[in-house]
Design a protein around this ligand. Structure first.
Ligand code: NI
Length: 170
C-alpha cells in the first residue's frame, strides 16, 4: 500500500479520457489499494485514477470519508445509465485545492460498473453519493467541475487560480 501524489489542475492527465480496464490483475488491485489510502489520507470522498496519474477507468468513493470502509465503493469502467432531477450544491475537488463552487447535477443516478474482482453491479444513488458518482465519472472522461460552471465564473476561477498558484495560462 502507498499514498500516491494527487495531480493538480492544470496537469494534462486530468484532461484525457481514461482507458477501460480489461485485466483485473495484481497491478489493478495495487492501484485500487493505493487510491483508497490516498483518498482517506487527503481526506476526500472520492478519487479517480487519473488524479494519481493513471489513465484508467477506476474510481473509489466513500462519502463518509472515514476509514471504517463501511461506505467504500470501488467502481471499474463505471457508466451512468440513467439520471433524473437537478440539484445545485457546493462542490470541491482534490485536484483543485482551496476552491469550491456551486455545481448543478442530476439528483438521482443509476450507475453500472464492475467491482474490483470484475463482477458487474448497479447502484441507485441520490444526494451526496449521486453527486460523487457524477463528479468521479466526469474525471474519468477528462471533465472537471470547472467545466460544469458558467463561462464568466470559469474565467474568474482561471484568473484567480493562476494568480494564486503562479501558473501560466495556455
Ligand atoms: Ni475531483
Amino acid at each position: 500500500m502507498g499514498i500516491r501524489e494527487i495531480k493538480k489542475y492544470p496537469e494534462k492527465v486530468l484532461r484525457g479520457k481514461t482507458q477501460p480496464v480489461c485485466d483485473f490483475d495484481a497491478d489493478l488491485q495495487k492501484l485500487i489499494d493505493d487510491m483508497i489510502e490516498t483518498m482517506y489520507d487527503a481526506p476526500g470522498i472520492g478519487l479517480a485514477a487519473n488524479q494519481v496519474g493513471v489513465s484508467r477507468q477506476v474510481t473509489v468513493i466513500d462519502i463518509s470519508s472515514r476509514e471504517e470502509k463501511s461506505s467504500l465503493i470501488v467502481l471499474i469502467n463505471p457508466e451512468i445509465v440513467s439520471a433524473q432531477g437537478e440539484i445545485s450544491s457546493d462542490e470541491g475537488c482534490l485536484s483543485i485545492p482551496e476552491y469550491t463552487t456551486m455545481v448543478t447535477r442530476a439528483d438521482r443516478v443509476k450507475v453500472k460498473a464492475f467491482d474490483r474482482e470484475g463482477k458487474s453491479f448497479e447502484i441507485d444513488a441520490e444526494g451526496l453519493l449521486a453527486r460523487a458518482l457524477q463528479h468521479e465519472i466526469d474525471h474519468l472522461n477528462g471533465v472537471l467541475l470547472i467545466d460544469r460552471i458558467g463561462r464568466i465564473k470559469r474565467e474568474f476561477f482561471r484568473k484567480r487560480y493562476s494568480r494564486e498558484h503562479e501558473l501560466s495560462r495556455k
